[in-house]
Design a protein around this ligand. Structure first.
Ligand SMILES: [Zn+2]
Length: 530
């Protein structure tokens, strides 16, 4: 399971205290305790020793305050490689410090090289306004951010590593978790639920809160460091994923931050592709604020089109007492509105449960690990009821009509149906023998299996003009996958192209999953492309 790429860093980290030469200052030693919930719901206490140091450098060139000579060893214990150095004169005098969410969710934007893509000619704008070199360069990646991404998504983590190795981009790691001035400890380490009264529980700082505070503290350290160096020509800009992310950072003391959408606005005309790469939450904010509506107000107005997903703890408890079942959802090869989940029936026999229609599939996508609830037996299906048996073309049309209907009059979400009991669940097997298929509905997602999807833009219907907001649907080649809503400023150019898109989220008030453009694969129908 452990990725080979992570090995050098962890090996270096464990050896680090022994490698210290005797001339170095005595490191401050501290215990780092964490309570970690395992996937099976057990709580395990992890204790780690941590050595805090004063000699980790800020990566600014020729910094007179940091001890640079010993910094090579410090860099290797985080990165396993020698350290890049920030530019003396970053673009617009700004060093970027992205948040955990920004790096996790906006990797497509961060790794986009504006140097390798010619900027669009800007009409009337003076030529020196054009970006020379990279939009995303001179970026400080905090150890907190690095570790967070490593835990969340190994794919993104490896792309971050590649950026850190790329000398052209000047992404540097700051070992803030090992730096005495920027290390923050959790205010209390009692796990939630262990505290004896409510007042006590409120004092417990979550892992997420501690991490946010660590990031904000490191930002403040950089800001103070630049002040101490009397560098008034440069500043450290906190780069948030969205307004909520920024508000959280400001709560912990970040005073100079922007959302990534705001940050990209000045270069929007030069690099329309960069805008398209924004992950959906940020892109949506861009659209809503452009219309003069704040993102939270815009959200509140929309009605919920899907039942809410249950929280993970509730799902796991439900699966444990057999009220719910878990399994991987598999969609019909010809139509994503009909799916199956294999569940463990009595005696370890695997039984297929049928899920039909938007509401019952409830935003699950082929391959996701889901928790389902069986529907009352009156709603179980004979195989002849299935969409596949009725012919997919007719179903597609019916669905299309239904889609239009829904668009005008969104159906309110009903109250959850009575749960099928354990006894009834045990009957599943015998009923299956009588050719009645148990039916169910998705109540929560345990793990997403979102990949990148290949598809094409849906042409406007009946000669309608292109959407002015830049919002459009991508029809995936894989018919097991629903259409994906993206934002693009390149609609005309992309109309006849094969695209690669990524899904970012699927909120309950959005009919389609929200995603973003990743890249163009070629012209539709081209032998090379297909
Ligand atoms: Zn320094």
């Amino acid at each position: 399971m452990a990725p080979a790429a992570a090995a050098p860093a962890s090996v270096a980290a464990s050896q680090e205290p022994h490698d210290l030469p005797h001339t170095e200052p005595q490191p401050l030693w501290c215990l780092d305790e964490r309570n970690v919930a395992t996937r099976r719901g057990k709580i395990v206490r992890k204790v780690r020793e941590r050595y805090l140091r004063d000699d980790l450098s800020c990566s600014l060139p020729l910094c007179s305050l940091c001890v640079v000579e010993s910094d090579t060893s410090a860099a290797t214990h985080v990165l396993g490689t020698t350290k890049a150095v920030l530019s003396e004169t970053p673009r617009s005098g700004v060093y970027l410090l992205p948040s955990m969410e920004t790096v996790l969710k906006q990797m497509d934007v961060l790794e986009f090289s504006t140097k390798q893509h010619k900027p669009k000619a800007t009409d009337g704008a003076p030529e020196d306004a054009a970006v020379q070199g990279e939009v995303f360069a001179d970026v400080v990646v905090l150890e907190t951010v690095w570790e967070f991404v490593k835990r969340q998504d190994l794919g993104v983590y490896n792309r971050l590593r590649a950026l850190l190795m790329n000398a052209d981009r000047r992404f540097v790691v700051f070992a803030n978790e090992h730096h005495r001035a920027s290390f923050v400890q959790k205010t209390r380490t009692l796990p939630v639920g262990y505290a004896d009264d409510e007042a006590d529980q409120q004092e417990v700082e979550s892992e997420q809160e501690r991490n946010r505070r660590a990031v904000a503290t490191a930002w403040a350290w950089y800001a103070a460091h630049l002040k101490e160096l009397e560098r008034r020509d440069v500043r450290v800009l906190f780069l948030a994923n969205d307004a909520e992310d920024l508000a959280n950072a400001e709560r912990h003391g970040v005073k100079d931050g922007v959302t990534i959408a705001e940050f990209l606005r000045p270069v929007a005309t030069q690099f329309p592709e960069l805008q398209d790469l924004l992950a959906a939450s940020a892109a949506e904010e861009k659209e809503l604020t452009a219309e003069g509506v704040s993102s939270s107000a815009g959200r509140g107005k929309k009605s919920q089109l899907y039942p809410a997903h249950l929280p993970t703890a509730e799902l796991l408890a439900g699966i444990k007492n057999k009220r719910l079942f878990q399994g991987t959802i598999r969609c019909n090869r010809d139509h994503w509105l009909e799916c199956h989940v294999l569940i463990h029936g009595a005696g370890g026999v695997k039984l297929p449960v049928l899920l039909q229609g938007r509401e019952h599939i409830n935003r699950a996508i082929d391959g996701d690990l889901v928790a389902i609830q069986l529907l009352p037996k009156s709603q179980w299906k004979k195989p002849s009821d299935s969409f596949a048996a009725n012919g997919t073309a007719a179903t597609e049309e019916a669905d299309q009509d239904k889609e239009e209907e829904e668009a005008q009059q969104p159906e309110p979400v009903g109250v959850a149906e009575p749960t099928v009991s354990l006894e009834q669940a045990a009957l599943v097997q015998s009923d299956a023998a009588q050719h009645v298929k148990p039916a169910g509905r998705v109540v929560g997602i345990i793990q997403r299996n979102w990949r990148k999807f290949c598809g094409s833009l849906e042409p406007p219907r009946d000669g309608a003009s292109l959407s002015a907001s830049g919002s459009c649907l991508v029809v995936p080649v894989d018919r097991k996958v629903p259409k994906i809503k993206i934002q693009t400023r390149q609609q005309e150019t992309l109309m006849d192209k094969r695209l690669l898109v990524a899904i970012d989220s699927w909120p309950a008030d959005s009919k389609f999953p929200l995603g973003h453009y990743v890249r163009t694969l070629g012209v539709i129908g081209d032998k090379e492309t297909e």
